[in-house]
Design a protein around this ligand. Structure first.
Ligand SMILES: [Zn+2]
Length: 342
């Protein structure tokens, strides 16, 4: 099976009433962890790479690792998605490289830091939609600004500073014709999302529900949605780490989101925590070890466990075999047959 469009995965998820985790990668082992978890739980998957990941791993390595994944796991519908494209040019370079889905984050200017105007966001996103849909490639856009910074991308604001306005969300979708919409509801990138367990005052699920009511057929995306579980924090601190107490997005809130139109859930921090905890444990318990495999293998296994758990919690488990992939060429025809406006 070759890489498939994200639109197909999300359409199927909407039909089945479940969500699909989108997990970030920088290297071979993280891809292996995700693919093994997908096989074990029979899940369709979205693998995503940020600009930082593309620079770290180099596009060609990343792309060929993903092709290897489709050869080794042919039964798993697999998407390669660009996370937080900062400009039309960045999205174009990902499309040229073989990504099957791109995010144009026009909520920020191309510097990846300065909040942009609504008109700039519409224009940049619309241009990416035209370019991508011609090739059957999916586009995610963002309206409102997420909190925090991820791989150097983000305004570094509090998660509540630029919440998504439901009226603007409707206008944004109508004017851009995108496939999936990332919204700001109080979540932030990174490990330090909330300073205590989030409540309705800090995690605005009411805003999400309002947006879903206005846009019942649009696939919503939750960013910054690691749960940052205490047990993973504890392993790191138990073996010499120094994480400050922190709270993520509880899985029950994500599940509430999934019942209200959320189809893609971005998770990165939980996997980073699992990897780091497993490596620290080996270093602390077996300081004589110097073969990298002795600590990378347990790290890979720890990430796989977290990913498999999330796949089960989001409901995508068991759905890998529900459908056969639609080629990008067919997807392009489908877009061409309809007005872009939804
Ligand atoms: Zn994000």
């Amino acid at each position: 099976m070759s890489l498939v469009s994200m639109r197909q995965l999300l359409d199927e998820a909407a039909k089945g009433g479940y969500g699909v985790g989108a997990f970030n990668v920088n290297n071979m082992e993280q891809i292996q962890s995700i693919m093994e978890a997908a096989r074990e739980t029979k899940s369709p998957v979205i693998v995503q790479a940020s600009r930082g990941a593309r620079a770290y791993s180099q596009d060609r390595f990343l792309y060929h690792l993903m092709l290897a994944a489709t050869e080794i796991y042919p039964e798993i519908p697999t998407v390669l998605h660009l996370d937080h494209g900062n400009s039309v040019e960045t999205c174009k370079s990902a499309i040229d490289m073989g990504f099957t889905s791109v995010m144009m984050d026009g909520s920020l200017m191309p510097d990846g830091k300065t909040p942009s105007s609504f008109d700039y966001n519409v224009d940049a996103t619309r241009r990416v939609v035209e370019m991508a849909h011609e090739k059957g490639i999916t586009v995610e856009g963002e309206i409102g600004c997420l909190g925090g910074i991820e791989d150097g991308h983000g305004a570094g604001l509090d998660g509540l500073a630029h919440l998504t306005d439901p009226d603007q969300a409707v206008e944004f979708v109508e004017k851009t014709g995108l496939d999936a919409l990332a919204i700001a509801i109080g979540t932030s990138h990174g490990a330090y999302k909330f300073t205590s367990k989030p409540t309705g005052a800090t995690l605005k699920m009411d805003v999400l529900i309002k947006i879903h009511k206005r846009l019942p057929n649009v696939h919503l995306v939750m960013h910054g949605s690691s749960s940052v579980p205490k047990d993973l924090q504890d392993i790191i601190n138990q073996y010499g780490g120094k994480l400050k107490p922190t709270w993520g997005v509880p899985v029950e809130e994500i599940q509430l989101g999934i019942r209200n139109g959320v189809r893609k859930i971005n998770v990165d921090t939980d996997n980073r925590l699992a990897i780091t905890g497993a490596i620290r444990k080996v270093f602390a318990e077996k300081p004589e070890e110097f073969d990298p495999r002795s600590y990378i293998k347990p790290a890979r296994e720890a990430m796989k466990k977290v990913v498999a758990l999330r796949m089960t919690q989001f409901g995508q488990a068991g759905h890998a075999g529900d459908y056969s992939p639609i080629s990008l060429a067919e997807m392009a025809k489908h877009y061409g047959a309809q007005p872009v406006l939804v």
